[in-house]
Design a protein around this ligand. Structure first.
Ligand SMILES: *Cc1c(COP(=O)(O)O)cnc(C)c1O
Length: 235
């Protein structure tokens, strides 16, 4: 099979799984955006997926976006989903459409200041990464830290806080991720209630290859899927 045929099959399986999860949850299938996570994929595979209609691509390492974007069409929307060092903000910001992994005040401040410097009429959409599962290896705000710092992050002029993001611990049984996803949704609902004049926090970025169906049932609007899209390609 060609790269394109393998990707087409993978993509249609993923889209069917998304549609089925949406149907179970009584949600419309276009309520969920697929972000194709390219960290393990080559430029040729990314290009082939683009030609199959995917426009949203996610990278956990900024360097990968720097290196790959020139070889790809300009209307790729890059989502940064992993750790961003403050000293890489200036180079990375003009290349990306959204940051999912804002995990600390210093990064929020740096993104905001750089966005204002670049184009004060725009704001970069971000989600605040939250470690709801409490796993030590995970990045992100602890829920109480987010509650404490949320109002000050809201005042930053160059970022638009569109919602929250989390990563569930890997589970053999994806159903075991449900409590993590539910906790993120409930934290979002709480922040909306507490700050009713604040942003509507419509975005819940949660769910990966192993667990995105459960995430969708719990309200995910953005699923970040790598392995299920790129598996089976020749090495
Ligand atoms: C790698 C990664 C994903 C995609 O994981 P898969 O299991 O390959 O689908 C999603 N989100 C983040 C933050 C990642 O680093």
């Amino acid at each position: 099979m060609t790269i394109s045929a393998i990707l087409e099959q993978n993509l249609s399986r993923v889209n069917e799984r998304i549609a089925a999860a949406c149907a179970r949850a009584g949600r419309s299938a276009d309520a969920v955006r697929l972000v194709a996570v390219t960290k393990s994929a080559g430029v040729e595979a990314i290009q082939a997926l683009f030609e199959l209609g995917v426009r949203d691509f996610g990278e956990s390492r900024p360097q990968q976006i720097w290196d790959r974007r020139a070889a790809l069409p300009e209307d790729v929307r890059w989502h940064l989903i992993g750790h961003l060092q403050t000293n890489k903000v200036r180079r990375t910001l003009p290349m990306i459409s959204m940051v999912h992994s804002v995990d600390r005040a210093s990064l929020a401040e740096s993104l905001s200041a750089e966005m204002v410097r670049l184009d004060s009429s725009r704001k970069i959409p971000v989600t605040l990464e939250t470690n709801v599962s409490g796993e030590e290896s995970k990045q992100g705000y602890a829920p109480d830290q987010l509650r404490a710092e949320y109002s000050s992050v809201l005042t930053l002029p160059g970022i638009e806080i569109v919602g929250l993001m989390t990563m569930a611990p890997y589970e053999e049984e994806p159903e075991n991720c449900r409590s993590t996803f539910r906790a993120l949704r409930e934290l979002r609902d709480e922040l909306k209630r507490e700050y009713s004049a604040g942003p509507s926090l419509d975005v819940l970025s949660m769910g990966m290859s192993n667990d995105f169906e459960v995430a969708i049932e719990e309200g995910a609007t953005h699923v970040r899927v790598g392995t299920a899209l790129f598996e089976g390609l020749p090495a």
